[in-house]
Design a protein around this ligand. Structure first.
Ligand SMILES: [Zn+2]
Length: 342
């Protein structure tokens, strides 16, 4: 279903998506439900990538673009009347394209991970009293994007050696995500270069911070260099994840902090900068897994692909009370907003 803009009509006016006619009796999702305002941003990014990928002739890439074009064209929400008298808007039905680089699908996957993590956190904390959280970022020298797949494979092998080292003695569980950014340093920025790195969130025994158990930045760097068999690696970053300005983070704050690093595999801004870089990236990372976990976090960050249903019901908002109505919002490709008729 395409929107038709009649001549002389401003894009800022609201259109009836079904008929293509102008209708003033429309309302925007971001006005109806503040918590769902992010949909416009996700869907815009997806549309921008789709439009960029369309400017070429590789059949495989065009197929991805077509899939994204059909992603989340409309969103069906239910209105639930709770026993407290409040009316809540809850996502009920969407068709996702499930292309791994689609901004909408990526955002829904990360929502699901976040909600799952939040749900399982009390049990984890109960079982592992006093455990702490540490972030580790592991880098390697930047590579030309055409060598990315090979580099990622050697990083995975390096990781398998790394997590068996003595430095992991006090690590109870970990989750690792792969992120790829464009080479950034102003002076050295080389065309077509990528910066692959691992973000690792580790749950550590409280004794990790004491005496000879403590693994400082220098020791982590040495261990990572050894595991990668590459002395040209110049840095690893290690920081505490469960404190902010010295204050202990709990519950949702803690999950927010620790989920932050698991958000993207490629930042949306990097995806939209340079078509040839992105096309090569898509080919290079095809079917590679970007999320891995060890210890009891394995069960939290599911390995298998999420279903369409799981991407709708991420677990953040459950049905409360009785469903009293349904609202359907359509994506407006010119306005880049979701809207519905009254
Ligand atoms: Zn999608």
């Amino acid at each position: 279903m395409k929107e038709i803009i009649p001549q002389g009509v401003k894009i800022s006016q609201v259109y009836d998506c079904d008929s293509g006619l102008i209708s003033d009796q429309c309302t925007y999702l971001s006005d109806d439900s503040k918590k769902d305002a992010e949909w416009d941003k996700w869907r815009s990014n997806s549309q921008l990538l789709e439009e960029m990928l369309m400017q070429g002739d590789e059949p495989g890439i065009l197929r991805y673009a077509e899939r994204m074009q059909n992603c989340s064209k409309s969103l069906l929400f239910a209105l639930d009347a709770g026993i407290d008298g409040e009316i809540r808007q809850r996502l009920k039905e969407v068709k996702f394209c499930r292309f791994r680089h689609c901004a909408v699908c990526q955002a829904r996957r990360s929502r699901r991970n976040y909600a799952q993590f939040l749900k399982s956190l009390p049990e984890i904390l109960e079982k592992q009293k006093g455990a702490r959280w540490v972030f580790l970022t592991l880098t390697v020298p930047n590579v030309n994007i055409s060598n990315l797949r090979e580099k990622l494979s050697s990083m995975n092998e390096g990781w398998n050696r790394f997590n068996k080292l003595k430095e992991f003695k006090n690590i109870l569980a970990w989750v690792r995500s792969t992120e790829i950014t464009k080479e950034k340093e102003e002076k050295t920025k080389r065309e077509g270069y990528a910066h692959p790195h691992f973000h690792v969130l580790m749950m550590v025994k409280s004794t990790y911070f004491f005496g000879k158990n403590y693994v400082n930045q220098e020791k982590w760097l040495k261990a990572w260099r050894g595991a990668m068999r590459d002395d040209s690696i110049i840095s690893v970053d290690v920081r505490i994840a469960d404190r902010y300005k010295g204050k202990k983070l709990t519950g949702q704050e803690l999950v927010k902090s620790v989920s932050e690093t698991l958000k993207y595999s490629v930042k949306p801004s990097d995806m939209l900068e340079d078509r040839s870089w992105v096309v090569e990236l898509i080919k290079q990372v095809h079917k590679l897994r970007f999320l891995a976990a060890g210890g009891f976090l394995k069960g939290v960050f599911v390995k298998r692909k999420l279903t369409n249903e799981e991407m709708i019901h991420t677990g953040e908002i459950e049905k409360q009370g009785e469903e009293i109505a349904e609202l359907r919002y359509w994506w407006r490709i010119f306005e880049k907003r979701y809207a519905r008729k009254f």
